[in-house]
Design a protein around this ligand. Structure first.
Ligand code: 6AU
Length: 471
């Protein structure tokens, strides 16, 4: 095996999979050596050879039911292993789910199947840990991961801390030692890299910190962590009232909305409206709605989905006939314009003394939504710099801060879609996918018995939340 690894190291050097110079790794660390195994797809023989040697590291091979390659580089390697050894493969979607909470993992598998993860290079281990999290969420058991190169920057520790055994073909030092032996690099280069490795380690990550912590804490605990005063109040209110229901009163008559609010008020945390669809709108409607919100203790959300440059968004929020900034406790906004949307919305609040909060529309429930993984990550980063942001409108567990709130629409018990692209899940599915506050619209507004629907959604959502924090 050692001979094979030495030969392979030289081949990797020759095909430019190992490069020396100044590079930045995926997790933002500077490095004098960069191993880029994406080129392997251009060398099928080497790809096959490396896949076979890698699979030879598997412990307890008879008990492996599935393998999963981490996209993209490890995917062809996993495919070769799968075909060669006749082991079924699953794929974890890399792109943000444009299709609601459906199918995070592709492939056929059974709850309890054991799965080996295949990865090309490990630095901090975060890609593997994210993969482990999603596979575990689907009921797969992960005990080991096979890796071509361990960069020795803390990834192994992070992975093993999460109870997963990691086997690698090379450590970075070993790979360079083989190259030195073959006179491909000088001893100075080896020294430089060794010195670099001693100085630079990747941030510590575990499976348990981050997003899963948010899902385990109760709302009262989370209210103490929230930096936004209104997020803190909403979290407390949900615990006090025992409800996570946000009713989407998408009705076009002011009176119908008021009637529904009177009925639903005691059972909801938030009433969400689209003020611009109301045909007989005037400000007295808002006054009455405010009275109901203080009588029954629920918050008001205007789902305006602001999405323009700061100046326009600011005017839309503050001015016009709706004067949204004056009355809406919460609003929604698309992060697409970047930080200036938050600056603009904040500016509109300069004369408002009540607490206000913004939910960023980070993922959408509609079929084919364009909210890609890169977009989602950028939106999550945007929310970290503003205490006006109270959370994200999203379909899955995409952020870790327990002080932020996941608002998830697309919930209906009797249908899986409408005929205009909306996609529905059940209360249990969305709560397990991280939903804290859950939007139900037509599931209630179109029901012949509205009160019993309200109670049914409220109770199912609350039971799912209780189950999530206790399991
Ligand atoms: O339950 P429904 O389908 O009758 O209503 C869902 C509500 C509507 C949408 O405008 C809104 O939720 N919504 C949002 C929000 C809240 O921003 C985002 C999204 O991705 N999907 C979605 O349906 O009022």
């Amino acid at each position: 095996m050692e001979k094979q690894l030495k030969e392979l190291a030289i081949r990797l050097y020759e095909i430019d999979a190992v490069k020396f110079g100044d590079f930045i790794t995926k997790v933002g660390l500077k490095t004098p050596v960069y191993v880029d195994l994406r080129v392997l797809i251009s060398y099928p023989k080497i790809l096959k050879q490396i896949s076979n040697i890698l699979w030879g590291l598997t412990a307890d091979v008879d008990n492996v039911n599935q393998i999963c390659g981490v996209p993209y580089t490890a995917l062809p390697i996993a495919s070769i292993i799968s075909a060669e050894w006749d082991i079924p493969m699953v794929i974890r979607r890399k792109e943000a789910k444009a299709y609601g909470t459906k199918k995070m993992i592709e492939g056929n598998f059974k709850h309890g199947d054991t799965c080996v993860i295949i990865e090309d290079v490990v630095t901090s281990g975060s890609s593997i840990l994210e993969t482990v999290r999603d596979l575990k969420n689907e009921g797969l058991q992960i005990t080991q991961t096979l890796v071509i190169l361990d960069r020795q920057q803390g990834g192994r520790k992070n992975i093993e801390k999460s109870g997963i055994k990691m086997q690698s073909l090379y450590t970075l030092t070993q790979l360079l030692e083989y190259l030195l032996e073959a006179n491909k690099i000088t001893s100075e280069t080896l020294k430089e890299v060794t010195h670099y490795l001693a100085q630079h380690s990747a941030p510590v990550k575990t499976l348990e910190d981050g997003s899963s912590r948010r899902l385990k804490l109760d709302f009262t605990e989370r209210s103490k962590i929230a930096t936004s005063p209104l997020a803190s109040k909403l979290l407390k209110l949900m615990d006090q009232k025992g409800t996570t229901l946000c009713l989407a009163a998408d009705l076009t008559s002011a009176n119908e909305i008021l009637e529904l609010s009177e009925l639903a008020g005691p059972h909801i945390a938030v009433l969400k409206i689209h003020v611009d669809i109301i045909e007989d709108f005037d400000l007295s409607f808002i006054q009455k709605l405010k009275q109901l919100s203080s009588k029954h203790k629920f918050y008001l959300m205007e789902d305006r989905k602001f999405g323009d440059i700061g100046n326009t968004a600011s005017l839309q929020y503050e001015k016009g006939i709706y004067k949204i900034a004056e009355w809406a406790d919460f609003i929604t906004a698309h992060p697409v314009p970047g930080p200036s949307i938050l600056d603009g919305l904040k500016y509109a609040l300069r004369n408002v003394s009540d607490d206000r909060g913004i939910f960023l529309v980070t993922q959408m429930s509609s079929n084919g939504a364009l909210t890609t993984e890169t977009y989602v990550k950028a939106s999550v980063t945007l929310s970290q710099d503003s205490n006006l942001v109270v959370g994200h409108v999203c379909q899955s567990n995409i952020f870790s801060d327990p002080g932020l709130i996941q608002l998830t629409p697309g919930v209906k018990l009797t249908q899986t879609s409408d005929n205009l692209g909306q996609q529905y899940n059940t209360p249990e599915v969305v709560v397990n996918a991280g939903a804290d506050l859950v939007v139900v619209g037509r599931g209630i507004t179109e029901s012949p018995d509205k009160l019993s629907s309200i109670l049914n959604y409220k109770n199912q959502l609350w039971a799912a939340y209780k189950n999530r924090i206790s399991s």
